[in-house]
Design a protein around this ligand. Sequence first.
Ligand SMILES: Cc1cc2nc3c(=O)[nH]c(=O)nc-3n(C[C@H](O)[C@H](O)[C@H](O)COP(=O)(O)OP(=O)(O)OC[C@H]3O[C@@H](n4cnc5c(N)ncnc54)[C@H](O)[C@@H]3O)c2cc1C
Length: 364
Amino acid sequence: MPLVVAGAGMAGLAAAARARELGAAVVVHEKGDRAGGSMLLSSGVVWRHRSLAEFHEECPGGDPALQRVVVDGLDEALDWLEGLGPPVLERETGNPRTVGRRFDTRGLTAALVRAAGDVRLGEAFADAHVLATGGFAARLARERDLLLRANRWSEGDGLAYGLARGADLSAGMDEFYGRNLPGPVEEEDFVGASQLYGVHALVLGEDGRPFFDREPSWSETDLVLATARQPGGAAWYVLDARALRQPTRYGTVADLVERARALGGDVRPGEELPFELPPSPKLQEAPFVAVRVRASVTHTIGGLRIDPQARVLDAEGTPIGGLYAAGADAGGIFTGGYGSGLAAAVVFGRIAAETAVEELALLG
Ligand SMILES: Cc1cc2nc3c(=O)[nH]c(=O)nc-3n(C[C@H](O)[C@H](O)[C@H](O)COP(=O)(O)OP(=O)(O)OC[C@H]3O[C@@H](n4cnc5c(N)ncnc54)[C@H](O)[C@@H]3O)c2cc1C
């Protein structure tokens, strides 16, 4: 019987490619009409924190045993990915806290699909050995009335299947990683539309009241989660002239604001806000500009509980025979913070394949 993989995104394709490399017959079921999942839409930066200590400091609620697997396994996984032939666009992340490589995501998807072999599009899985359906971002966004900044098929099907087989849940089921966007945007604008400069803004709710009274983390995930808790998941970023001149990785703040405007966002002079601006050290140099942002969901943080061999665990911590999970279907790695979903997906996708090939052979 072939190894059955659910999902043709980063984790599922990596699992399938690795299992084939180990000599197994593999079938990948993909619900969407294309392969690549959210990986195809991503910036393609596959990265890790520099050390386990830094990873754990950043994601304090995550399971250190799983975090160690990512830190220890990523460099080999990156070489393996590169060996499949996709274009590598950058060999550094541009962030001193992290190391990794940036891949062209079309090229990466094509290379992984080639290596994975039998990928059946438009076919949701019925039964599977390896769950890699990308978590439940689409369902969470719908239920909480947030924007979706991810593939539209990840509804939590792997999670539901795992639960039905007796799986336990990880920590962080109410957490997600996302970005504040100027409004709904097309998939090709998911990266460029991100308003990643909250650190320079006076952040106010739609009622004009501050709701985030500290500096955001460098990833601004904490600010996005706080925005998501506001009515309508919306907020105003108010910027003074000095803030607009600040550089970001994607141009100046003013460039990102212009992108928001071009994409149909609500960008207006500060004096046209429906409330009085409160005095703030962030508002020193007129004129002031306000951008309305809405929280979006990129991927969920909680999921099925796994062990370092990617085996799905029940509430007693016992592996459920013949069931493995990787990528956003496997939770509890990034709880409380932010890390590379692509890295966890490729590392645990490969491990799921290795464990499954070994264990399923033993089971006959
Ligand atoms: C705009 C954007 C930028 C990003 N940038 C980065 C970045 O630079 N670095 C980084 O590390 N991460 C980034 N990410 C996150 C990253 O893409 C995800 O963490 C990663 O793709 C997760 O891998 P996965 O395999 O779990 O899910 P996915 O890659 O999303 O794959 C899941 C697949 O499962 C399929 N599926 C769902 N349900 C079923 C079902 N019932 N049956 C069969 N198939 C099913 C889906 O259609 C999908 O193809 C970004 C994401 C986005 C959207």
